[in-house]
Design a protein around this ligand. Structure first.
Ligand code: PAF
Length: 282
């Protein structure tokens, strides 16, 4: 695995790959890699001739008071994980090169960035869409890989790719979970042992809500009340939102009469955690 830190160098590498007819699979990350990321790397390896992984803790997607300066960093371990997963090129751009002085251009995907996390993290998705488009323009991959845990992010990137006519296939992969069901996330590193145990309630609540839908419950508020009860039965969890919504528009669904996304965001100790599942009524 080659480690590349300058934009011009990775552009040359990816252009040489494309010119020699090789397909590039790209995984943008913020590092602190876990098994969620390795599942993306493995899929990218299967689908493409070459795999590029980026690690860049993107300042523009953190809102004031968030964990930008404390975001978990473990670059040496990340290098080992990426090279074991047969990543060909690890791209580590600097913030100065990504956002040089005088930087003024941002990508704004409308509407679907407003509910759920958008309500609590103002400007977050503008930062995500901007950095992902920049990385796409630098790497010019054939395919790019994202995890379903960050469902809203995935939707925003898909919409951006479609609206801006990007010739990049966006591929989503299922959430990878701990044995307890807790969705893998770099931010799980903030949790102590007790908080890890409490955090398992998020998945437990999602499973119960799926069962309720299977048992013909259609009234969203009843399901939300049950999720709230399950999560609140654990110590130290503060619910940010519980939403049952249309998976395409993210608009609230009062009655579940089709496919619906159930999305949860909570705070536990120093961590803000999100998770989701899909339910379907036939
Ligand atoms: O999901 C992430 O790690 C980030 O939001 C992403 C897509 C790499 C953009 O910075």
């Amino acid at each position: 695995m080659k480690v590349i830190s300058s934009i011009i160098d990775i552009k040359k590498i990816s252009s040489d790959l494309r010119n020699s007819g090789k397909s590039i699979g790209f995984i943008p990350t913020m590092g602190a890699l876990h098994m969620g990321h390795t599942s993306l790397m493995e899929k990218a390896k299967k689908d493409n001739d070459a795999v590029i992984l980026s690690i860049f803790v993107n300042p523009t997607q953190f809102t004031a008071g968030e964990d930008y300066h404390n975001y978990p960093k473990d670059i040496e371990k990340d290098k080992i994980i990426a090279s074991k997963s047969e990543v060909d090129y690890l791209f580590l751009p600097s913030a100065d090169e990504m956002y040089p002085e005088g930087y003024k251009t941002f990508v704004n995907v409308e509407d679907i960035t407003e509910p759920l996390c958008g309500k609590f993290r103002l400007g977050h998705f503008k930062g995500v869409a901007t950095v992902v488009l920049k990385l796409f323009n630098i790497v010019k991959p054939k395919r790019a890989y994202f995890g379903e845990k960050d469902y809203q992010q995935l939707l925003v990137i898909r919409r951006m790719a479609r609206d801006l006519n990007l010739d990049i296939e966006i591929i989503n992969m299922p959430t990878i979970r701990e044995k307890t069901g807790l969705a893998m996330s770099s931010r799980n590193r903030y949790l102590n042992q007790n908080e890890m145990v409490s955090a398992a309630a998020i998945y437990k609540a999602l499973k119960i809500s799926q069962e309720m839908v299977k048992d013909s419950e259609r009234i969203s508020q009843k399901i939300i009340n049950e999720i709230e009860r399950v999560i609140k039965s654990e110590d130290g969890i503060k619910i940010e939102y519980i939403s049952i919504c249309d998976p395409d528009t993210l608009e609230d669904m009062k009655i579940i009469n089709d496919r619906a996304l159930i999305a949860i965001a909570v705070r536990i100790g120093n961590a803000r955690l999100i998770d989701n599942c899909m339910v379907e009524v036939r």
